[in-house]
Design a protein around this ligand. Structure first.
Ligand code: NAD
Length: 482
């Protein structure tokens, strides 16, 4: 149910009051809130899985793995590491500024806002909220109205925390517009790049920093030296999980011509193995979230030739796992992020041609969120990784690079700015405050006026005197360069 517009400003104000009272800053509050959240998720696991199934037939094991389990494991990782992350970080102090010491203190930024999309509605709302809480902030979440059953469950779950510092606003454009009119200290938005521009404009009014987690066309590049069977399985899994409605799904495949046919056949075999002869009857294959998306994706099936799948059913918003061949870069399916179970496989003459095609898009700002490269030869994978850019990379695999909490998750260019997950989320929602503490034991008059020639000469020497640590670093670099 939508939050009444008139309730939004008071809800944000209540979160600010809690922050200003200092309620969210203590480590004990952060820990207790995260534990409470984890326990509520565990208790309500079945309710969440029901809601995800109701919204777009998300298969329960998939929903547990990518949503509920993923979120609980992120909270456990955060709880385990929080004392370490919160500890002030000692950094060296240059000789010229001694005696003294320097530390970086990560302090909460204030009241934060997390706006989530519908495709992984649980983890994409809760993971950033976990990061905001871990950093000692108040946080207002906004689940997506396009997964309404899950949004209602998430609202009920967050409200059950019964804490004004961790709250939620439910609704669509009107409610989000009202929410964005409030002043926040950080906004993390996940979704499409059109709305990202609206979010960034609203944030600019208050000079609020933003993290934007967006999408785009993420390529998979398959070398003639790849283990084609394994590549096909991993590409098919990454593409068809959640019926292709995954921001980091391989959007399309560029494959070296000699292994094109073998790859297409192997992807077809993987689809058959995963979902049986009739994927529509499989309990393990999701549906398209709504009618507009169904019709948008259905139209993309006209590009190239259907090599595998192609069946659709408007009544149940089913689109079969589909492989298209003979697609050109000018076809509609290559003109937008597919975000559905349709996989164009395009033959290229060389890996150089593949990276050139990816870089043509990047040159226009379309830097991919994820990039996948498959080869048994390290040199092939290195050439692809070094010759391109993207938010993240998985070599000889798909999706899994975002499951490692020790790696930052975020995009570049049109695929986003900033990052989170694990410590990177904690840092995103923290202000890195420099604290330099001087000793009063010595108080050389060098920096004080009057600036006599002698003082200036000593100061210049002192400022330019090499720090012993820099000398060591220089020697180490020279040694590494050989
Ligand atoms: P969506 O339609 O659910 O929108 C996302 C959020 O924006 C919702 O909470 C919605 O209420 C809000 N919103 C919509 N219109 C708005 C407006 N005019 N003003 C203010 N707020 C508004 O989700 P979507 O945008 O369709 O999500 C799909 C896109 O998100 C894809 O491009 C996908 O690649 C990307 N995505 C990225 C990630 C990531 O982590 N990088 C994850 C998932 C999805």
């Amino acid at each position: 149910m939508e939050t009444p517009l008139a309730d939004i400003a008071p809800r944000v104000q209540a979160a600010r009051d809690a922050f200003d009272r200092g309620a969210t800053r203590p480590a004990a509050w952060r820990r207790a809130t995260l534990e409470h959240l984890r326990d509520l998720i565990s208790e309500r696991e079945e309710r969440l899985l029901d809601a995800l199934e109701a919204d777009f037939g998300k298969p329960r094991p998939e929903a547990w793995l990518t949503e509920v389990g993923f979120t609980i494991s992120d909270i456990e990782h955060t709880l385990a590491n929080l004392p370490l992350w919160m500890r002030p970080e000692k950094v060296p102090t240059p000789v010229a500024f001694k005696p003294g010491k320097s530390v970086i203190v990560r302090e909460p930024v204030g009241v934060t806002c997390v706006i989530a999309p519908w495709n992984y509605p649980v983890q994409l709302l809760l993971l950033p909220m976990v990061a905001a809480i871990s950093a000692g902030n108040a946080v207002v979440g906004k689940p997506s109205e396009l997964a309404p059953a899950t949004a209602a469950e998430l609202t009920s779950l967050i409200m059950a925390l019964d804490d004004p510092a961790v709250t939620v606003v439910e609704g669509g454009v009107a409610e989000t517009t009202e929410l964005l009119a409030q002043r926040f200290d950080h906004i993390l938005y996940t979704g499409n790049s059109r709305v990202a521009r609206i979010v960034m404009r609203a944030a600019a009014e208050h000079l609020t920093p933003v993290t934007l987690e967006l999408g785009g066309k993420s390529p998979a590049i398959v070398s003639r030296n790849a283990n084609v069977k394994v590549a096909a399985k991993r590409i098919a899994w990454g593409k068809f999980v959640n019926a292709g409605q995954t921001c980091i799904a391989p959007d399309y495949v560029l494959v070296e011509r000699p292994v094109h046919d073998e790859l297409v056949a192997a992807i077809g075999a993987a689809i058959q193995e995963f979902y049986g002869d009739d994927p529509q009857a499989s309990a393990d294959f999701a549906r398209i979230v709504n009618e507009p998306h169904f019709h948008r994706i259905e139209k993309l099936l006209d590009s190239g030739t259907v090599a595998v799948g192609g069946q659709t059913d408007a009544d149940t918003r089913y689109i079969a796992p589909t492989v298209l061949t003979g697609v050109t870069m000018d076809d509609p399916v290559m003109g937008e992020e597919i975000f559905g179970p349709v996989l164009p496989v395009i033959a290229v003459d060389s890996l150089g041609d593949a990276t050139r095609l990816v870089n043509d898009g990047a040159a226009k700002g379309d830097k991919p969120l994820a990039l996948y490269t498959f080869s048994e030869h390290d040199a092939d994978n290195d050439a692809v990784v070094d010759g391109t850019t993207s938010g993240g990379v998985c070599v000889n695999g798909t999706l899994l690079h975002i499951s490692n909490p020790n790696l930052p998750f975020g995009g570049i260019g049109e695929s986003g700015m900033g990052a989170y997950h694990g410590k990177y989320g904690f840092d995103t929602f923290s202000h890195q405050r420099s604290v330099h503490t001087r000793s009063t034991r010595l108080d050389p008059p060098l920096m004080y006026p009057p600036y006599t020639a002698k003082k200036v000469s000593l100061l210049r020497k002192g400022m330019l005197m090499a720090d012993p640590r820099d000398l060591v670093a220089k020697a180490r670099s020279a040694f590494r360069r050989g």
